[in-house]
Design a protein around this ligand. Sequence first.
Ligand code: PHB
Length: 394
Amino acid sequence: MRLLRALVLAAFALCASAAFAQTIKIGFITSYSGLNGNLGPYMERAVRLYVKLHEKELPPGVKIELLTRDDTGPNPDKARQLAQELVVRDKVDLLAGVIFTPNAMAIAPIATEAKVPFVIMNAGTSVITTRSPYIVRTSFTLWQSSYPLGQWAAKKFKTAYTLVSDFGPGHDSEEAFIKSFTEGGGKIVGSVRVPLQNPDWAAYMQRVKDARPDALKVFIPAGKTATAVMKNFSDLGLDKAGIKLIGPGDITTDEELPNMGDIAIGVLTVHHYSAAAERPANKAFVAAWKKEYGANEVPNFLSAGSWDGTDMIFAAIKAQKGKLDPDRTMEIFKRYKSADSPRGPISIDPETRDIVQNEYLREVRKIGGQPANVELETVATAVKDPWKELQKKK
Ligand code: PHB
């Protein structure tokens, strides 16, 4: 009898803990193969590190499960299929990740239909967030970096040539830069859009060299493509011809700097995140990264977007005590703020669900023998997506 009672009690205890245990499933889509497929782990590692360091702050019994999927680079069909499966079969509570704009655009209708909040941790074309009320972005827009870049460049250069990858973020970066550079009195002497994959770099660089601009402003997706730009810029002798390479920080992405060699030294960019930033929150972030992944490893801006996105997800989980309601989650996301992001103070603009953040002018310099994006000044503070601000005025 005593044994039976003990068994019944044990069974009850088990049921009670099972009812208590709550697993939040995050469907995490990023690129582990294809164009710049080495970038996916920079996002996943940030999420996993955040979860590891902060798990104990979750309500009792709440666990995070990360379901990672490879969208194989810019591949909207694959991204759509993965998101569909994650929502329908795996019943994820949230979708997150995504490097490439076309993939984010393809996932948007699924987030809307299934009412699954979708936290974009990289893809940066301005229009994306308008495609679903369930999208929130913790990364950046190209307008946020390229508009202040043009304002700054107009004070330094008379003429510029623009070169961008021919897809959403490239078009945004081009339009934003041309607008502010010409408003500031600069003259555009040429603009070219190059294929996203395997452009004939030598031919494009030669064309730029022949136009003799003071500056060449480039946007290409971060990763190996950035190194290809740097090498061809140097090989075709644009630096020796006195042309300055400038761009949003994608062209000097932190993790590629050691592969670029000395040609990157002195390149000036505008961006929201640098692994070399001296802010205490960033120093702590970089130290935790090195402790977890190795002394030679550094996070990049995709890591920063993923880290902050996870912090925002934790805020929603805590506020709802582990039971996520999609609409309530979106309301919490819209009010999210952090004074303590590795990139400085950030918040979500409740009207647009886009991140608000500072933009820094940086120069690649050697620190302790290693190239780094050294922040020189804050060129714009608490920047809302300028494209959406301009749309409002129309
Ligand atoms: C994008 O597809 O939105 C994208 C990809 C890579 C970047 C920036 C934006 O570096």
